[in-house]
Design a protein around this ligand. Sequence first.
Ligand SMILES: O=P(O)(O)OC[C@H]1O[C@H](OP(=O)(O)OP(=O)(O)O)[C@H](O)[C@@H]1O
Ligand SMILES: O=C(O)c1cc(=O)[nH]c(=O)[nH]1
Length: 187
Amino acid sequence: MPEDIKVRQRAFEIIKTRSFGRGNIKLASGKTSTFYFDMKPTMLAPEGAHVLSELILARLAGQGIDYIGGLEMGAVPLISTVSLLSHIRNEPLPGFFVRKDVKKHGTRKLIEGLPVDDLRGKRVVILEDVTTSGASAMIAVSAAQAEGAEVVMVLSIVDRGEGAMALYKEKSIEFDSLFKAEEFLAS
Ligand SMILES: O=P(O)(O)OC[C@H]1O[C@H](OP(=O)(O)OP(=O)(O)O)[C@H](O)[C@@H]1O
Ligand SMILES: O=C(O)c1cc(=O)[nH]c(=O)[nH]1
């Protein structure tokens, strides 16, 4: 089996075991669902972090990306591990994250992890752990655009197929995911 297919298969197994669950649950959008992906146990497992980062770097290869970013909390572990792996491979891809709320103390930054004004003119990919409506990742898109970045893609680990694709089509931003929820629902 080719290496990239093996890595994807391993990521699928880890997500299925550590992150996929069934049962009634309320979503960020306020809707309810009968299944859920809690991606943190995958992103924070050593092998999970590694395989997801490999898949993301493979998806972004050769596209002249300057920065990866995303909304707290979901995107934060991903941004860190993708950035680390990019350094190990000598193709550094720095990261930033966008706060949901600015702190009332400290530097009061909305965007954390980079020097002021550093996003101007930069090609940015917004990462997300799970997309449902896509509205959460859109907060990070808007924050990066407000700083002058060109957001070239939103890349989700798992897309639930419940609106994100249509949202980003309307915004004329490329959208992709490593996995679809239906793959787990069918397995
Ligand atoms: O596409 P959407 O409809 O916006 O839903 C997906 C969002 O929901 C989850 O975040 P949550 O709000 O649960 O917070 P967390 O990342 O801080 O845990 C997930 O991490 C995404 O950010
Ligand atoms: O829509 C959401 O809030 C949501 C769905 C899901 O499967 N996982 C998650 O973390 N958030």
